[in-house]
Design a protein around this ligand. Structure first.
Ligand code: BTN
Length: 320
């Protein structure tokens, strides 16, 4: 109710008490009470007789109602103002039988997870943290394609909202100019019977606005899509909707691999020498391309081509 009301008022236009009551299936008195509760939370809402209510000021909010309204084809959305990790929650839901398309969305994560056991800085108000449950019919060896499709979805949705300088660092990092602004963590459960995936959870974390107090250890490479919230109070929800629309589409046609071209166009360090780190092994190689399964194609020290599958591998530019 609160979130739905806030979503309706987010356009800054006048809405009559009757319209709000009809939408919510409540009385006008109940709407007035809900408006008072929003005011108590700090929202400035003007009320005028014969016009109704309108929300004033600059806002930036995220909620499940907004996402469902902006992306009607999204499945069940579970929104949390604060959560440990949306991936952990989505995995629990997947294990309990949640349908493909279920989304867990949060404004803040306390124990956001990154790849290779790292944490993902997830403060409130500036980021987007979401996890999507999928049940793909796909051999496990092709699971990297889900991450590849997700990276393209983030890049395209961000660009559609005006973000610039977007590049993809193989395999799961989205950069904005030379700073990391988003990451993807795909976790899946292998079905022993057929070697396919029982479920997959694609976790996406985006630094939408520059966060204050970025921890020192990541400050050097931390970036965001936009400097600060602007006129659109629903930009984060719009970004989530765009990502999910692209991703659901690509995932339904994963085998067609239509996202590979868009990934290549944004692939960073193509043709450049990079440091390839595989466990304890460091090598300087030339990044060439990605292959049809999302593996990185490199030219090694001996001038031979190798296909590097994702996993415990990372790339470092040599000029940073
Ligand atoms: C990385 O950069 O190494 C991957 C970061 C993935 C972060 C997202 S935020 C939403 C989801 N929940 C998590 O705990 N992690 C992913």
């Amino acid at each position: 109710m609160r979130d739905a009301l806030l979503y309706t008022l987010s356009d800054g236009a006048w809405h009559s008490g009757q319209e709000l009551a009809d939408r919510a299936g409540l009385t006008r008195a109940a709407i007035w009470k809900a408006i008072e509760a929003l005011r108590a939370e700090g929202y400035e809402i003007e009320a005028r007789s014969r016009r109704g209510y309108r929300l004033l000021g600059v806002h930036n909010f995220l909620n499940g109602e907004a996402l469902s309204a902006l992306c009607p084809e999204v499945g069940k959305v579970e929104y949390h103002e604060e959560i440990g990790s949306t991936n952990d929650r989505a995995i629990a839901l997947a294990q309990a039988g949640a349908e493909a398309g279920t989304v867990v969305l949060a404004d803040r994560q306390v124990t956001g997870k990154g790849r290779r056991g790292r944490s993902f800085y997830s403060p409130a108000g500036t980021g987007l943290y979401l996890s999507l449950v999928l049940r793909p019919t796909l051999p496990a060896r092709e699971a990297t394609l889900l991450t590849v499709a997700a990276a393209v979805s983030v890049a395209q949705a961000a660009e559609a909202l005006g973000a610039q300088g977007i590049g993809i660092k193989w395999v799961n990092d989205i950069y904005c100019y030379d700073r990391k602004c988003a990451g993807i963590l795909t976790e899946a459960n292998l079905s022993i019977e057929d070697g396919g995936l029982e479920w997959a959870v694609i976790g996406i974390g985006v630094n939408v606005y520059q966060a204050p107090d970025v921890p020192e250890e990541i400050a050097q490479r931390y970036g965001a899509l936009f400097e600060a919230p602007g006129a659109d109070p629903l930009l984060r929800a719009r970004l989530a909707a765009g990502i999910l629309e692209h991703l659901r589409h690509y995932e339904r046609h994963l085998e067609a691999r239509r996202y590979l071209g868009a990934y290549r166009e944004r692939l960073l360090y193509r043709g450049e020498t990079v440091e390839l780190v595989q466990g304890k092994r460091h090598r300087y190689v030339r990044a060439i391309d990605i292959d049809r399964d999302g593996a990185l194609v490199i030219e090694n020290e001996k001038g031979k081509r190798e296909h590097i599958a994702s996993g415990e591998v990372s790339l470092r530019p040599t000029h940073a």
